[in-house]
Design a protein around this ligand. Structure first.
Ligand SMILES: Cc1cc2nc3c(=O)[nH]c(=O)nc-3n(C[C@H](O)[C@H](O)[C@H](O)COP(=O)(O)OP(=O)(O)OC[C@H]3O[C@@H](n4cnc5c(N)ncnc54)[C@H](O)[C@@H]3O)c2cc1C
Length: 552
């Protein structure tokens, strides 16, 4: 397979040569570096690349060019290669235009000229962009192939699992020739899908998540039965706790029931996390955090759900869904929250077949030129609207209220306003969904007049808030009326310590009503529901674990 392309465009031949030379020096063995002297010439080149079925990883365009400036070029290039990472080369005087472009063409980065020395100014930026691109479904090599039906919930679950674990794969429809050939080779019929075929030809029919995890090299079995620290949940809070725990010498295992990253892993672009002025995708942040935790020696288990917690003397015992257990001196609960389901007739049956919870980025390429409906008015819905607008003909954002101001950050509201393909429908709710094989129709209701109307719709993405899934902690730690874990000062707010509390001190700040069990991130009552605060609480919980262990 041909190497993916890095394309640079500059009308100044000397600059163009210098950029290409710097790229070839570092990336020439893995990427094909191509250069063009103008926007129109570069678009012709991109069309050829598209026809040859090759991939473009990064586009680097100079801002000031005669016929077509860099932003106009990047906008046109998005139609051909929406997943390619976009960089604008600018002079200092043009940084204002570059900042506007961040919203207009979803720019990944702007680089000030000159970029010397490239080791400091160019390569770190391009390394990060290539890392993110490599993790996108578009970058898929032929390594893992998934054969399935477009409208099949089990096929979607396999693709979603691979994407959330950053495993590239190639998606083939069962009724396409290549999909059919693979089914025949594996000796199964289209009724048996999804079929997963690895690079070395191993075929798995309708695999479970644990089988898939094993297939792609994720760890599913703990190496020991006793740890200093067990972290439950692999979102930002859990990953933060694992990084700090392991780096500070605690024997740490993190247990994640699905894929690390949690809610943040589903975010197409986190723009308010410190240190990422151009935003960072949830997938990229997760990948880095995972590698950081592993580097420090934390063990990460995937597809393992914790369903029980008990006190066993000074140890804390955690039970997995298969009945097996592990124990630890201390526990950090970082189980976050899960999407609330939209309760309207017809939708439950169509989940995974046109109705999705969260952004389900795997589906975006299938939405090309179609209408997409998004329910919800918070930032997560706004980010999804921006992301899907790159693919869909129209994106309809349905909200019950009059406008988005109460629920969405103003930077996102501004982005939505600027994208013609996005329409916000106020005072609108979904009251039913219908379809044979997949979602085909939605019934919408005007919340003021009660008037109902049907619309043809194949894609519905729901973001209507979330709730903690902490039923398994019933009777073990104190939770509030909505299920969030109560910690620290809130446990002694009434003047007395929580029932059963055995120590001659109050609970530490993030400590639950069971000594040595801490909560961090979204699952904690009264926490701020943000990536930065979740990571911060994960780190803080570890320092409290140390304090707890020292006093033991
Ligand atoms: C689409 C989207 C976009 C967002 N964008 C932003 C943004 O731009 N900026 C921002 O600051 N915040 C954003 N947020 C909010 C932010 O992602 C959350 O506040 C943050 O992820 C909370 O982290 P957490 O680790 O506490 O929980 P979560 O991210 O919810 O992670 C919890 C993890 O625990 C696992 N788990 C749960 N129960 C168990 C169990 N019993 N056993 C094992 N594992 C379990 C779950 O599978 C999950 O992976 C966004 C959220 C969404 C959904």
């Amino acid at each position: 397979m041909a190497h993916p392309v890095i394309l640079s465009i500059d009308d100044d031949p000397a600059v163009s040569r210098a950029v290409a030379r710097d790229f070839r020096r570092r990336y020439g063995d893995r990427y094909r570096v191509v250069r063009a002297g103008s926007g129109p010439e570069a678009l012709d080149t991109l069309r050829e690349i598209k026809l040859r079925g090759e991939q473009v990883a990064v586009l680097v365009a100079d801002y000031r060019m005669p016929e077509m400036n860099g932003i106009e070029f990047l906008e046109a290039a998005m139609d051909l290669f929406p997943a390619a990472r976009r960089v604008l080369l600018t002079a200092y005087a043009d940084t204002g235009a570059a900042i506007d472009a961040i919203n207009l063409v979803d720019l990944d980065h702007y680089l000030l000229k000159p970029w010397h020395p490239p080791e400091e100014k160019l390569y770190p930026v391009v390394d990060a962009l290539l890392e993110a691109w490599t993790a996108s479904p578009e970058a898929a090599t032929t390594e893992i192939r998934v054969v399935g039906h477009r409208w099949s919930a089990p096929s979607f679950a396999v693709r979603d699992f691979l994407a959330r674990n950053l495993v590239p794969y190639r998606w083939l429809l069962a009724d396409e020739p290549e999909g059919g050939r693979l089914l025949a080779a594996a000796g199964v019929s289209a009724a048996d899908v999804p079929l997963v075929v690895t690079a070395d030809g191993k075929a798995l029919v309708a695999p479970s998540e644990t089988e898939l995890a094993g297939l792609v090299g994720l760890n599913v079995v703990p190496a020991a039965d006793f740890y200093d620290l067990v972290v439950v949940g692999g979102g930002p809070a859990g990953l933060g706790a694992a990084v700090y725990g392991a780096s500070e010498g605690l024997r740490t295992v993190l247990v994640e029931r699905r894929a690390t990253g949690g809610q943040a892993g589903q975010s197409s672009r986190i723009e308010n996390y410190l240190g990422f002025p151009d935003g960072v995708s949830g997938a990229q942040l997760t990948d880095r955090a995972r590698r950081q935790a592993l580097k420090f020696g934390a063990e990460l288990l995937s597809t393992r759900e914790v369903v029980g917690l008990a006190e066993a003397g000074s140890a804390r015992l955690l039970r997995f869904d298969d009945g097996s257990t592990i124990a630890a001196h201390a526990v950090v609960l970082a189980t976050g929250v899960s999407y609330r389901m939209l309760d309207a007739p017809g939708l439950a049956e169509l989940t995974g077949r046109g109705v999705f919870y969260g952004s389900a980025a795997t589906e975006a390429p299938s939405c090309v030129d179609q209408d997409v409906y998004i329910v919800g008015g918070a930032n997560s819905a706004g980010q999804a609207a921006v992301y899907f607008s790159r693919y869909a003909a129209r994106v309809h954002v349905l909200i019950r209220g009059a406008d988005l101001t109460a629920s969405m950050s103003s930077y996102l509201i501004d982005q939505l306003d600027r994208i013609d393909r996005i329409t916000v429908h106020p005072h609108t709710e979904v009251v039913a969904g219908a379809g044979e094989e997949h979602l085909q129709r939605l019934t919408l209701r005007d919340t003021r007049t009660g008037e109902r109307r049907d619309v043809d719709a194949s894609w519905l993405f729901v973001f209507i808030g979330a709730e903690p899934r902490t039923e398994w902690l019933e009777g073990v730690v104190v939770r509030d009326e909505r299920g969030y874990v109560v910690t620290g000062p809130d446990l002694v707010a009434g003047g007395s310590r929580p029932p059963g509390w055995s120590l001659p001190r109050d609970p530490y700040h993030l400590e639950s009503s069971l000594p040595g069990v801490f909560a961090a991130g979204d699952v904690r009552a009264a926490s701020v529901k943000r990536v930065a605060s979740a990571v911060g609480e994960g780190a803080m919980a570890v320092s409290l674990v140390h304090r707890y262990l020292e006093a033991q």
